[in-house]
Ligand binder design. Structure first.
Ligand code: SME
Length: 154
């Protein structure tokens, strides 16, 4: 199946899965599982912007949210790593080779390429969707376009 067709089906699946669910943990958990399962990525998950007054925050940072894959870093500062950069730019970041990205945060040595897509509500980044592949150059503009559509409904 072509990538575009796979993403198109995945978007419909996630829309159906999330319908009527208001809890963000449940929404992110099933969205991460559906994406991970569809493409067999190395790591698929969310980092939340830690602005919840109920959360104990050490400065401006992202905190690990629901994910699929090996254990990962739990705190990422604003502007740091691929995730913190996508947050700072409020834009998708594609990294074909993580070793060539200055400041990349290596949670796993198996990760070779990465895409990070921000979740934006009312112009403010509330979380990021982070996907790692164990192969180089796994992500392109097609992934960016479809993952942005998915990020917009989570
Ligand atoms: N590589 C990311 C950190 C998160 S892990 O990949 C799950 C980064 O540089 O922000």
């Amino acid at each position: 199946m072509e990538k575009t067709e796979k993403y198109s089906l995945l978007l419909e699946q996630i829309k159906a899965l999330l319908e009527g669910e208001e809890d963000w943990v449940a929404r992110m958990a099933n969205a991460a599982a559906a994406i991970h399962q569809a493409f067999g990525f190395w790591w698929t998950g969310f980092y939340r912007v830690a602005d919840d007054p109920g959360v104990k925050v050490r400065g401006r940072e992202l905190i690990l949210g629901p994910f699929q894959g090996p254990v990962a870093c739990m705190h990422i500062p604003f502007g740091k790593g691929v995730c913190g950069t996508a947050w700072e730019r409020a834009a998708t970041v594609i990294v074909p080779d993580v070793e060539l990205f200055p400041g990349h945060i290596a949670c796993s040595s198996a990760s070779k390429s990465e895409i990070v897509v921000p979740l934006i509500r009312d112009g403010v980044v509330t979380a990021v969707l982070d996907i790692d592949s164990d192969r180089l150059d796994s992500f392109d503009e097609i992934d960016a376009i479809w993952l942005e559509k998915i990020a917009a409904i989570v």
